[in-house]
Ligand binder design. Structure first.
Ligand code: RIB
Ligand code: NA
Length: 327
């Protein structure tokens, strides 16, 4: 059966400069490119969910969050609307608070990035915003990340867990204050290897199993113990950049309780900007699960989509449509 998707999270204005290398402290170097893009993990993930649906509007996608009363906020809402995301639950906050801003440095050689995020209006979301949104989301897939205050992420997980929602959680950027007892309500946990390592950093036996490296063998060995430690009821996926991902269906009675490594798809164009690749991956997974497909198909869609996103500039603006995928 098809489910609707409610994403609760951030909207940012991304200010992106590209250079041949990243400057050291005290150093100034000339950038080779400057662009502004629509971003923010909540916004990117909602967009990716909408664009990576195979059956269009049979699955509705809605974003819950806050922007400032400024042109950044107006532009990003218009962009989301054009791409099929319902922004009726994106609230504009007054008082001169700016829309969130991400300052992004892209290394031209590798396409890799460093990001500084100023939360701005993303810090103004309230329990009421979330409670209101969840009151009409029964049965939805509810998607969360960590670019809104962590207490509100926790509130949303607690509230969603009392309904029949399916929770997809991407704890990025990782926040050490998150109440780890809440992972047991998360139906699908998506982490990269840095986040996976951070989650188990204080558990010696687990911490030894995984480092920050995108090593598939490490992820294969660590994923089951991590799933059990967190009490995850269903899916966990560890993304590994150029090494693809490792996933596990931990549900009792699942036929395939063994972890699976799937290699990344080879991009058909040069890699120029990996910003938003993780958000694109999450959108592929979530849209496909919401449309009733199984995890292995969802992973295939997600890897195909992120292999395209890294060959395009920007985060939200680089997410492909389902029709562009090579599956
Ligand atoms: O995940 C990528 C996003 O992280 C960027 O769009 C930027 O806004 C930061 O939030
Ligand atoms: Na990109």
């Amino acid at each position: 059966a098809t489910k609707n998707i409610t994403v609760i999270g951030s909207l940012n204005y991304d200010v992106v400069t590209t250079s041949s290398r990243i400057p050291q402290a005290g150093e100034t170097i000339a950038a080779t490119n400057f662009e502004t893009h629509n971003g923010g993990k909540g916004s990117n993930q909602a967009l990716a969910c909408a664009k990576l649906r195979a059956n269009g509007t049979a699955t509705a996608v809605r974003l819950v969050g806050c922007v400032g009363a400024d042109t950044f906020g107006d532009n990003i809402k218009a962009f989301l609307t054009q791409n099929g995301v319902d922004v009726g639950s994106v609230r504009t906050v007054g008082g001169g608070v700016s829309t969130g801003v991400a300052t992004i440095l892209v290394d031209a050689a590798s396409g890799q990035n460093r990001i500084l995020v100023y939360p701005g209006a993303n810090g103004a979301i309230t329990e009421m915003d979330i409670t209101d949104a969840l009151s009409s989301s029964s049965g939805d897939v509810v998607v969360l990340q960590n670019e809104i205050p962590i207490k509100l992420v926790e509130h949303a997980i607690r509230a969603a867990s009392t309904t029949d929602s399916t929770i997809v959680y991407n704890p990025s950027p990782i926040n050490p204050d998150f109440d780890i007892t809440l992972y047991r309500h998360v139906s699908c946990l998506l982490v990269n290897s840095i986040e996976a390592a951070a989650i188990v950093a204080h558990e010696p036996e687990l911490a030894n199993l995984i480092t920050r490296d995108d090593d598939p063998d490490q992820a294969l060995a660590a994923i089951g113990p991590i799933a059990r430690y967190l009490g995850l009821p269903r899916h966990i996926i560890i993304t590994l950049g150029a090494q693809g991902c490792v996933y596990l269906d931990n549900s009792p009675g699942a036929t395939a309780n063994q972890p699976v490594h799937v290699s990344a798809k080879k991009p058909t164009n040069p890699i120029i900007d990996t910003t938003g690749a993780g958000d694109t991956f999450l959108g592929g997974i979530t849209a496909q699960l919401a449309e009733g497909n199984d995890l292995s198909h969802a992973v295939n869609v997600a890897l195909s989509a992120s292999a395209i996103a890294i060959t395009r500039n920007g985060a939200g603006d680089s997410i492909p449509d389902y029709s562009e995928l090579v599956l």
